[in-house]
Design a protein around this ligand. Sequence first.
Ligand SMILES: [Zn+2]
Length: 150
Amino acid sequence: MNGFRKWFARYMIGRYGNDELNRFLLIVSAILIVIGIFVPRHILNLAVVILLIIVYCRMFSRNIGKRQQENMKYMVLKARFTGGRGSSAAGRNYGSTGAGGARPRRKQKPAPGKRIFICPNCKGSLQVPVGAGRIRIRCPHCGSEFEETV
Ligand SMILES: [Zn+2]
């Protein structure tokens, strides 16, 4: 499994990865799948397949600028629906109606062969495989890029 993770980390270098829009699309797919249990309809299945194709195409895309633009558009739309607040991913809370808002930040332990970096933009933590030298890191939370030596 570790070998796969290493391979995957290497495979993902220079590719777009996940972002807020993809997370949203995945949630929509999951909801459609659940609905599909009760309402077996081919259209629903087709919608899920299409959504997942979009998600993976975006994730493995090398056209990073384009994907970032899409994500920005989505973030703007989302901000509009969620009351215009929180265009940045800083205040993301995982519990949907969590009373306290931002959850307390847990101290994370990096996986073997990885290091934790703090995104300079959203202060989210991300794990990066070490030993690759100076690389461009894309924050999975907010999509911003920065360079680090690992
Ligand atoms: Zn970030």
